[in-house]
Design a protein around this ligand. Structure first.
Ligand code: GDP
Length: 298
């Protein structure tokens, strides 16, 4: 009970102890709607999305007395409705190797997510190759090697500071020769110099297209749930410097409930392929809109 109290859902915060009494009724009036809006905004849902959600909730119900349980259900179903269209696992293409470029700021969970994905695909009988494309961070390369060992997947590396595009090119060749199903390419996450990163990513794309003009088949942006509204900015920036095709949100196992995902879904409509729910290799789950909405509303 203490853990639950440490991580109250939205309505828990609005209703206080009333949330534990689902029969308590409140009138869905302007004051109530305003409180709801503030709550949704404070949960990183963004102003536009929060306003739309509360407007939808009020439609046809304004002035009615609703029980806490009914308000919860209403809010959860509005959130689910926004999230359902974006809840899509990573698409698997017939063309192999399927090349997945993984982008995101340092610390977002790229390395960990690549390890988890490799393990999942390996367990599904796929042949996977990892390219440790963040050649500027020796620690990231080492970490990826550890994940590769755990997942029993080869990790291709290059000397520290060397050209990531050249590694990606070699990895592409190796994946093709070995008949791999999936090539996961890690990338650097230094946003301090956006221009450099953009050039680096563009060069990786250019060279892998020399071996397969349809690659990369996915560009996965990894976002950290604990960064809240910052995630909106990260999507904007990475859309400018790469061809983001889908999202993974990590660290949803912590106190962050990932309300920003609702803003992201509403605003960008990018598929959410998976969510990170811990630091272990199996802690990557498909995104479940109903479960997410229920946890958010609480
Ligand atoms: P990178 O710099 O983007 O490659 O990030 P890492 O994969 O190294 O992850 C940064 C930190 O976040 C590490 O301590 C990971 O264990 C941790 N981490 C990654 N994903 C998750 C997750 O889903 N849940 C939790 N609790 N921690 C995570």
């Amino acid at each position: 009970a203490e853990a639950a109290a440490a991580k109250p859902g939205l309505l828990g915060r609005l209703m206080g102890r009333g949330a534990a009494q689902p029969v308590v009724r409140r009138t869905l009036d302007d004051e109530m709607l305003e409180q709801l809006e503030e709550l949704l905004i404070s949960a990183d849902m963004g102003v536009d999305t929060a306003l739309r959600v509360t407007a939808n909730m009020a439609e046809g119900r304004f002035g009615r007395k609703l029980s806490v349980a009914e308000i919860k259900q209403l809010l959860a179903s509005e959130v689910s409705r926004i999230m359902e269209p974006v809840a899509r696992p990573l698409p698997i293409y017939a063309k192999t190797p399927q090349v997945v470029l993984v982008v995101g700021v340092n610390g977002s969970g790229k390395t960990t997510t690549i390890g988890k994905l490799a393990s999942q695909f390996r367990a599904a009988g796929k042949k996977v190759v990892i390219a440790a494309g963040d050649t500027f961070r020796a620690a990231a390369v080492e970490q990826l090697q550890v994940w590769g060992e755990r997942a029993n997947v080869p990790v291709l590396t290059a000397p520290e500071g060397s050209d990531p595009a050249s590694l990606a090119f070699d990895a592409m060749g190796r994946a093709q020769e070995e008949g791999a199903d999936l090539l996961l390419i890690d990338t650097a996450g230094r946003l301090q110099n956006r221009g450099d990163l953009m050039e680096e990513l563009a060069k990786i794309v250019r060279v892998i297209r020399k071996k397969d003009e349809t690659a990369p088949h996915n560009t996965l942006l990894v976002l950290d749930a604990t960064t809240g509204q910052n995630a909106v900015n990260q999507v904007k920036v990475f859309q400018e410097i790469s061809d983001v095709s889908g999202l993974v949100m990590t660290k949803l196992d912590g106190t962050a409930k990932g309300g920003v995902l609702v803003a992201l879904a509403d605003r960008f409509g990018l598929p959410i392929h998976a969510v990170g729910v811990g630091e272990q290799i199996d802690d990557l789950s498909p995104f479940d809109p109903d479960e997410f909405a229920a946890a958010l509303v609480g």
